[in-house]
Design a protein around this ligand. Structure first.
Ligand code: NAP
Length: 364
């Protein structure tokens, strides 16, 4: 059964027992606006208490928070109606085949539940916004179109883009007036991005794997949708910059680093580019959303920063760190950047998106 509380928005988590689901649980612990009232997962976990269902696979540094320990895990598909009645919105952190996730998320929206999804299933659905809250909050306009078109009164679907793009997209956005044209990016991605730890993936110790299935296409295409324009009720992806990505798994627990080389349509000086990162003002800045980092980005003058272990938790894992801006020998400029993959890149990005929905009255 869902726990009933009225004071805060009631949040459900679909896929609450997984890597991202657990992060949601931790992030919701002291959230000023949201409270977890429903946890749901597969039939394997259903019926157990949340604490029992994650016993032996709890990957967080803090213990399972008291308010959710004894919540009974519900079954995502079978208990949909009961879950819909017990929440104001859900986070989706399901790991299932895409067609099934699409269907499940649509069924929840149909049942009147706003869905904020981490899954890639709906990232290319015409009327579904793919949101980086600081960068394209105006795409929320699509929710009204989505609701009208599908006959959903209160339900809707909003998705978060892939974790790999979270650091270089903000930097390129800060440089928009210099017109980034071509970008070559290499990502160095943490093992938690695959839902793993060194215990569950010992082959990653002392190893680098130069392949992450499907990741390069997402890293190249999804930014263009984030920078897209809404036309005729759907997002028309931007055409520039052209991005070429190589995605590599490296032996770190959390934190995706990128190295990027960029050509610009308009000339810019080094200091101008650094200032553009340091002075980046997101349209969200005035709203003071609880999980929004302030500042959003930090540029380091030190030559050996950002570093994964030192800097991934900048602004509670929600901020982006940038450094090593220097002239490129082939394109114009090169830099490195870092983002936390399970916070900014997964649960945290979705929590911030839900806060934006709440701020816009879209959860009411
Ligand atoms: N890990 C990351 O850093 C990251 C970053 C960005 C996006 N994502 C995306 O977020 C999603 C979740 O990733 P994850 O790493 O958290 O996956 P995960 O650890 O494998 O967790 C998957 C969750 O889905 C549930 N599930 C599996 N089969 C189900 C079924 N038949 N019916 C209902 N629930 C079912 C599992 O429940 P049981 O425990 O009961 O099996 C579990 O709660 C994926 O789409 C992933 O691509 C992950």
């Amino acid at each position: 059964m869902c726990k009933q509380e009225k004071k805060k928005y009631r949040a459900g988590i679909l896929g609450a027992t997984g890597t991202v689901g657990q992060k949601f649980i931790v992030m919701m612990e002291d959230h000023p606006w949201f409270e977890v009232t429903c946890v749901a997962a597969s039939p394997r976990s259903a019926g157990k208490s949340y604490a029992e269902s994650v016993a032996g696979r709890w990957m967080q540094e803090t213990p399972v928070p008291d308010p959710v320990r004894n919540l009974s895990v519900m079954e995502v598909e079978k208990d949909r109606q009961a879950i819909a009645e017990g929440v104001d919105f859900v986070f989706s952190a399901l790991s299932l085949d895409k067609a099934r996730v699409r269907e499940i998320e649509e069924q929840y929206a149909e049942a009147g539940v706003p869905v904020v999804s981490n899954n890639s299933a709906h990232r290319w659905t015409d009327d579904v916004p793919i949101l980086m809250p600081e960068i394209n909050p105006h795409h929320l306009e699509l929710i009204h179109i989505q609701r009208k078109k599908r006959g959903w009164k209160r339900g809707c679907i909003v998705v978060k883009p892939n974790c790999s793009i979270q650091s270089y997209v903000p930097v390129l956005d800060a440089w928009k007036r210099f017109e980034p044209k071509n970008v070559i990016v290499s990502t160095y991605q943490a093992i938690s991005g695959a839902g793993k730890t060194f215990e569950t993936w010992p082959e990653m110790e002392d190893n680098v794997i130069p392949f992450i299935g499907g990741e390069e296409k997402k890293s190249e295409d999804e930014p263009l949708r984030v920078w897209g324009t809404i036309r005729d009720g759907k997002i028309e992806p931007a055409r520039l910059p052209v991005i070429s990505a190589t995605c590599i798994r490296v032996p770190v627990t959390d934190g995706h680093m990128v190295s990027a080389n960029v050509s610009l349509g308009k000339k810019a000086g080094r200091q101008e580019l650094i200032d553009a990162v340091r002075n980046y003002r997101s349209p969200l800045a005035e709203r003071k959303l609880p999980s929004a980092p302030d500042p959003f980005m930090k540029y380091f003058d030190e030559e050996d920063r950002p570093q994964t272990r030192l800097d991934r938790d900048f602004e509670n894992g929600m901020g982006i760190t940038v450094g090593r801006l220097r002239e490129d020998t082939v394109l114009d400029w090169r830099f490195v950047a870092l983002s936390h993959n399970t916070l900014r890149g997964a649960a945290g990005g979705s929590v911030l998106t839900a806060e934006l929905l709440a701020d816009r009255g879209l959860l009411d």
